[in-house]
Design a protein around this ligand. Structure first.
Ligand SMILES: Nc1ncnc2c1ncn2[C@@H]1O[C@H](COP(=O)(O)OP(=O)(O)OP(=O)(O)O)[C@@H](O)[C@H]1O
Length: 303
């Protein structure tokens, strides 16, 4: 299948600051591609280059569609969606429809997004979740092939965030719209994206599926988490150099989980056992000193 967008050796600078360094990848039709990275990693700059807001200093971007009619084919929701304060939901929708000469059925679209009862609501009185749903809806009014969503769910509570995720999945599957999204949230990317790009200081550190990222970076290790039946047996864990104690739970990282489990069960005495595979978070930690804040947002601590 031919790629929808092809980014070739793209470099973008702001003065001396290199925001993107020699980036190459392609967007396949029908996929959800997630771009993830710390603050300042270059996510927004990359999206801005792809939607032709910024010109790269080096490299090129090719589109399957005619670039002259680019905005017929793409829909863009940027990091902050600004709406006129007193504007009503339906007025904004109509404005977008007129501007794009679209023949979309607005009533049906609003119903589809669960906003049919909000038509007359002032946009600034919408809940955070509904506001974000409106932002997605607006990208779809002219029936594009691909939409770009930049940090769509930042600021939403977990329930509202989940609802937005469901909507994105639905649009992708049912309307066959390709989605390029940036996010700070690993859980979001893990849930939504078919493939991910991990950006670190303007460079691609990883491009591929989440599963492959985990396999590649985890080195086949599993995590065994447990409590001791009798804490006096803790000396029996000394032979494991990967053992860690957090709160009252021990963790051992190992490639030989069966052997270690047998030892723990028969010789050490453990309870409340959980066997875990590494997560995308572990991959991030390996790539470059990432950590997560209380909200589950990616942070970066330079060494
Ligand atoms: N218009 C600009 N002028 C100067 N520097 C910029 C500009 N836009 C971005 N940068 C710089 O380029 C780098 C990449 O920024 P960018 O906004 O793309 O990162 P990001 O990953 O989207 O970050 P965030 O998650 O905080 O939105 C940063 O160092 C940023 O300061």
């Amino acid at each position: 299948m031919k790629e929808l967008i092809k980014v070739n050796n793209l470099t973008k600078k702001f003065g001396d600051k290199v925001a993107l360094k020699d980036i190459s990848f392609e967007v396949q039709p029908g996929e959800i591609l997630g771009i993830v990275g710390h603050n300042g990693a270059g996510k927004t700059t990359l999206v801005n280059c792809m939607v032709d807001i910024y010109k790269g200093d080096q490299g090129s971007i090719e589109y399957l569609f005619d670039k002259k009619s680019m905005y017929d084919h793409i829909g863009v929701q940027m990091q902050h969606s600004y709406f006129e304060d007193n504007a009503k939901v339906i007025d904004i929708c109509k404005l977008y429809k007129d501007l794009t000469n679209s023949d979309v059925d607005l009533k049906a679209l609003l119903k589809d997004f669960g906003l049919e009862n909000e038509e007359k609501t002032d946009v600034n009185k919408l809940s955070g979740g509904n506001r974000q749903r409106l932002a997605i809806l607006l990208t779809l009014i002219h029936q594009p092939d691909v939409i770009f969503l930049d940090e769509l769910t930042t600021g939403l509570d977990p329930l509202a965030r989940r609802r937005v995720w469901e909507k994105i999945k639905e649009i992708n599957k049912e309307k066959e719209v390709t989605v390029v999204l940036t996010s700070h949230f690993l859980e979001e990317i893990e849930y939504l994206a078919d493939r991910i790009i991990i950006l670190n200081q303007g460079e691609i550190k990883y491009l591929g599926t989440v599963t492959n990222a985990i396999d590649t970076y985890s080195d086949g290790q599993k995590v065994i988490e447990f409590q001791l039946k009798d804490n006096r047996a803790s000396f029996k864990l000394l032979k494991y150099n990967t053992v860690e104690l957090t709160d009252d739970r021990y963790q051992i990282k190992t490639k030989e989980e069966e052997k270690v489990l047998i030892d723990l069960l028969s010789n050490v005495g453990i309870k409340n056992l959980v066997l875990k595979s590494p997560t995308l978070e572990d991959v991030f930690l390996k790539i470059a000193g990432y950590s997560l804040d209380k909200e589950g947002k990616v942070c970066y601590e330079e060494a």
